[in-house]
Every structure is written in structure tokens, then in C-alpha cells.
Design a protein. Sequence first.
Length: 88
Amino acid sequence: MPNDYENRIAKLEKDLKDLTDEVYLNNFTSSKDYNKYSRFNSRMKVPVVATDPTIGEVGDIVCVVTKLKICTVASLTAPTWEICGAQT
């Protein structure tokens, strides 16, 4: 007769397997239909700076004077900042 700890371990292992199967099941092969237009009720604050920052990670967004820029290449010496969209 298995003791209580063995039963609990077996149940936890089964639960973990079920969760793993649920997360990874068709995760990369199925297509998911997302609504093209989404409404978000929050705002993102973008820092305003005078010049391109010397430190940045890919995806960082800043407003340099009046131009919105995003970091496209991270580098320890000089990250690359690209202007987002057509701005005047």
C-alpha cells in the first residue's frame, strides 16, 4: 500500500503533465484568430529626451525632441534608434 506522500507526488506529477500538455498543445501549429482592433484602457508613458540614449534594449521606445524612436539594435557601445512611422 503506497503511503500518503507517494499518492500526493503522483497526483502532483499528473497535474503538472496535464498543465504542460495544455500549454504546449498546438501552441505553434494552430492558427489563432485575434481581433484586429483592440481597445486598451491604459496609457504608456514614453520618456522625452534631448538626444538618442547611449543605452538601450531592443524594443525600448523614447521621444527624442519631437520624434518617436525605437531601439532596433542593442549594443554596449551605441544602440541603433530608428524613427517610428512618418512624422513631421
